[in-house]
Design a binder for this molecule. Structure first.
Ligand code: MFK
Length: 194
């Protein structure tokens, strides 16, 4: 990563991230936070169906298999879809902090093309926290956790109140998410402590 964007450089007084005491254990699958999420939801037929797993500290691993509906150039993943995979993986980190946060900035390096059929192995971690600002970084590798790097991203997530979603989201979907019988997913749809 170039690291040149000032918006992605933690200030000198930034703190190390603290894994929440109730964070899922390392190795545990997180599951979808919202079944209509384009990144991870099971009810999105053309979505990424990305599966994220808690790691050590404040880290996540995730897998996403590129399907024909994710193409940009013939036979290759669309860059925006790859950015979505990075965004989703990075966003999942906030569940380990138990902080409600949204992406403010996402800078992506596309290092090599990703063919349809590839399983992208993503790894992300929070690097620093400063007030409402959460700094994180992610890598996506082709075919295996130690495969060639295809994409990298640095991100800044901004902590928000749950009102962010209530104020800006559509009432119909908010109500449906709040009525989700799955208590954990209902909480994670808004990234609130259950
Ligand atoms: C919910 C479940 C999620 C689970 C995983 C999902 C993964 C996917 C995650 C997403 O894609 S979230 C959807 C995409 N993101 C958005 O829709 C966010 C849209 N943007 C906003 O709503 C607001 O711009 C935002 C909440 C991010 C910030 O507005 P605020 O008015 O709350 O913050 P403010 O402008 O006061 O800035 C707070 C700090 O952040 C900094 N900041 C804000 N936006 C920035 C930015 N874009 N780049 C750099 N710095 C930024 C800002 O400079 C400031 O720094 P200081 O505290 O040091 O002064």
């Amino acid at each position: 990563m170039s690291g040149t964007s000032p918006g992605l450089t933690p200030p000198a007084d930034a703190k190390q991230p603290a894994r929440h005491a109730d964070a899922p254990a390392p190795g545990e699958l997180l599951g979808a936070h919202y079944d209509q999420c384009f990144g991870c939801g099971g009810d999105q037929p053309h979505g990424l169906h990305l599966a994220a797993r808690a790691g050590e500290g404040v880290s996540i691993t995730a897998e996403f298999t590129v399907r024909p509906e994710h193409q940009g150039a013939p036979g290759l993943a669309h860059g925006g879809v790859l950015a979505t995979a990075l965004d989703e993986t990075l966003g999942s980190l906030n569940w380990l902090l138990r902080t409600i946060a949204v992406t403010g900035r996402l800078e992506t390096d596309f290092v090599r093309p990703v063919p349809v059929g590839t399983t992208l192995h993503l790894a992300a971690e929070v690097t620093a926290v400063a007030g409402r600002k959460i700094y994180s970084t992610a890598t996506g590798r082709i075919g295996a956790p130690d495969g060639p790097v295809a994409v990298r991203a640095d991100a800044l997530f901004i902590e928000v109140k749950v009102d962010h979603f209530i104020d800006h989201g559509r009432e119909e979907e908010i109500r449906a998410a709040m009525e989700d019988p799955d208590q954990i997913r209902r909480a994670r749809a808004f990234e609130v402590n259950p």
